[in-house]
Design a binder for this molecule. Structure first.
Ligand code: 13P
Ligand code: SF4
Length: 325
């Protein structure tokens, strides 16, 4: 029976215990599985490390494994490859892109940057390696505020590609960074009307939101932070109910860490009850098994691009270590 038709037109035997097979392949090949919180629960459960974008980049920097299987999206695997040019980086589905990265094409961004030569370019990690190569410092939602605050107040800054995260940082820091007009389809689609109704129905619930959400949504949040920060908040808070405004994959770890608490995914502006990232959810256990077994699809990048994109990522990692993040 054909369960999954991959790049190699490989059939996966449905009787296989994929958890056992993947664990065996990991050991045999000295491979590590790094997974983002937005992955399906079974992928999170087989991963060696689960984290947000910063945690995943830090983990990629220190891994001693020969193979990194990245269960996330393309820009995350690219970051792992840039930090480990000598290692094999596998990605279960090469089509796992990102609407936010797509919203910032390198030619247009290069022209925008050229118009503002006195500006420093801070770029959210959710962008392609070509955009990273045009940047001075990379940031994630975990360290963006600290990185901006570490710069002189009179330093003009371009922030790309997420206008919502950029606006949030401007508000938090009192800066006036020039924002690229990009956004994440998953975080832009939350319905304000449905959120307000949900708050009325659950008056004791804490509203926790990712800063990629629009400003009108963030105004209703009791806490705003990266996926790791949201998870940590849900663990430490005395509240028993939470309305969660980010991709639903994070609910798996929240529920695992606090089984006695209730997590309500905030509904999007369509008929769905919760909000999944269509790119993150392209990854499956079958695709991970095929990727590890056949060591494909492999993420390949030119040495030149790796070198150009590396400096702003290393700058971010250096600053994060300095901030104790
Ligand atoms: P963090 O991993 O920084 O929380 O960002 C979320 C995200 O959108 C990743 O694609
Ligand atoms: Fe990109 Fe948004 Fe999906 Fe993250 S959740 S990978 S930012 S589309």
């Amino acid at each position: 029976m054909l369960l999954y038709k991959g790049y190699l037109d490989i059939k996966v035997d449905p009787s296989l215990d994929l958890f056992k097979e993947i664990n065996y392949l990991k050991k045999e090949k000295n491979a590590v599985i790094l997974a983002h919180y937005y992955q399906d629960a079974d992928i999170q459960d087989i991963a060696d490390y689960i984290g947000d974008s910063l945690g995943l980049a830090q983990e990629a920097q220190k891994t001693t494994s020969d193979i990194i299987l990245f269960a996330g999206v393309h820009f995350m695997a690219e970051t792992a490859k840039i930090l480990n040019p000598g290692k094999k980086v596998l990605i279960p589905d090469l089509k796992a892109g990102c609407s936010l990265a797509d919203s910032c094409p390198p030619d247009l961004f290069g022209a925008f940057k050229a118009k503002h030569p006195d500006h420093l370019v801070i770029t959210y990690i959710n962008c392609t390696a070509d955009i990273k190569a045009l940047s001075d410092i990379i940031c994630t939602s975990s360290n963006a505020v600290q990185i901006v605050e570490s710069l002189p107040r009179d330093q003009p800054i371009i922030f790309a590609p997420d206008k919502n995260l950029g606006a949030y940082i401007n508000k938090k820091t009192g800066r006036n960074m020039l924002l690229w007009n990009g956004s994440c389809m998953v975080h832009e689609i939350f319905s304000l009307e449905k959120l307000i109704k949900l708050k009325v129905q659950n008056p004791n619930a804490k509203v926790i939101a990712h800063p990629e959400c629009e400003a009108a949504i963030l105004e209703h949040a009791d806490f705003i932070g990266s996926t790791t920060a949201l998870l940590n908040y849900s663990k430490k808070s005395d509240a028993k109910e939470f309305i969660v405004l980010t991709e639903t994959g994070i609910l798996h770890q929240m529920q695992k860490s606090s089984p006695e608490k209730t997590f309500i995914p905030a509904p999007p502006n369509n008929s769905c009850a919760c909000n999944d990232c269509p790119y993150m959810k392209l990854n499956t256990l079958e695709k991970i098994y095929i990727a590890l077994k056949h060591e494909q699809p492999e993420l390949l990048m030119s040495e030149e691009l790796i070198q150009k994109a590396k400096a702003p990522i290393l700058k971010m990692l250096e600053l994060s270590a300095k901030f104790g993040l």
